[in-house]
Design a protein around this ligand. Structure first.
Ligand SMILES: C[S@@+](CC[C@H](N)C(=O)[O-])C[C@H]1O[C@@H](n2cnc3c(N)ncnc32)[C@H](O)[C@@H]1O
Length: 279
């Protein structure tokens, strides 16, 4: 309990314990308080809860300011500066699927609601929802050099983290295509609450959706087998009309690497999304 006493004393002594945008410090402090609470006596517990409330309300104010700046169109400048501070050295290089502090921060920023119970039963070759860890989304946005003339299409966009972050952090257009209507509704609501005009979500099967506007396609292994082959055939057809980039994360990368019409960029680390471009 000595660690908790010391932390609370430091928080008391320093008033607002960190610069306004050092939200990462506050989230880590909240996690440390949470971990100690079950072992604290009643007096220490009351003191810890009061400190927690204060940190939570500073965080809420910080996120509301950031969200207001995004609504006013300052997302790319504000977010890229924040992310540069928030990204931590990789403590989990051996587990590419692991989530970290950045994901907590992105959750506070995007405030995507809890989806209704899914109504679509996925066929065996379709992969259930799991979000891409935020550090990989940022890596994909940087490495694909997503620019104002690009249209990013996330095939199987789930709750919409990838299109939402791309639309906030860049001047590109982003489209999410997702089979499950409950996920599409949540993603649309999150985009509406941030007044984002450069992102939209479509409820559709990726095999049939209109992808003719896309210049960059992202797949976090949304499907495999015959469905993946069908969709890659569609992308190959799109690539006969314009050069496209295809970004992949997870097991589908192996299948995409076999596509003779795509060239893989060799310069990026193995655990980040892979970037391919057509001829
Ligand atoms: C692994 S999750 C990826 C979510 C999101 N792209 C991300 O990276 O955060 C795969 C998503 O693909 C969706 N999906 C599976 N098959 C699909 C299909 N044929 N058409 C559209 N979406 C599909 C699933 O419902 C799920 O939400």
């Amino acid at each position: 309990m000595e660690a908790l006493r010391r932390l609370l004393a430091a928080l008391d002594r320093d008033g607002d314990p960190a610069p306004a945008d050092d939200i990462a410090f506050r989230i880590e402090a909240l996690d440390r308080i949470d971990a100690c609470l079950p072992h604290a006596d009643e007096a220490l517990r009351r003191q810890a809860m009061a400190a927690s409330d204060r940190l939570e309300s500073l965080n809420a104010r910080f996120f509301e300011d950031l969200r207001e700046d995004i609504r006013r169109g300052f997302g790319p400048e504000r977010l890229m500066a924040c992310f540069a501070r928030w990204e931590r050295p990789r403590a989990h290089a051996d587990d590419p699927q692991a989530y970290d502090l950045l994901d907590e921060l992105v959750a506070g920023l995007l405030r995507i609601g809890e989806p209704a119970v899914p109504t679509i039963e996925l066929s065996p070759d379709m992969v259930f929802y799991q979000p891409t860890p935020a550090r990989h989304i940022l890596a994909m946005i940087r490495h694909s050099r997503l620019g104002p003339d690009d249209v990013l299409v996330d095939l199987g966009s789930g709750l919409g983290h990838v299109p939402l972050l791309a639309a906030i952090c860049t001047r590109a257009t982003a489209i999410g295509i997702e089979l499950e209507p409950a996920y599409v509704a949540c993603a649309q609501a999150a985009a509406g609450a941030l007044a984002l005009s450069n992102v939209r979500f479509m409820q559709a099967d990726a095999r049939a959706a209109d992808v003719s506007a896309g210049t960059v396609f992202y797949l976090y292994t949304p499907f495999k087998g015959a469905i993946l082959r069908d969709v890659l055939e569609r992308l190959r057809d799109e690539a006969t009309r314009r050069t496209i980039r295809v970004c992949t994360f997870g097991p589908c990368t192996a299948e995409v690497t076999q596509q003779s019409w795509l060239i893989r960029s060799a310069e990026y680390e193995a655990n980040a999304p892979a970037i391919f471009h057509s001829g």
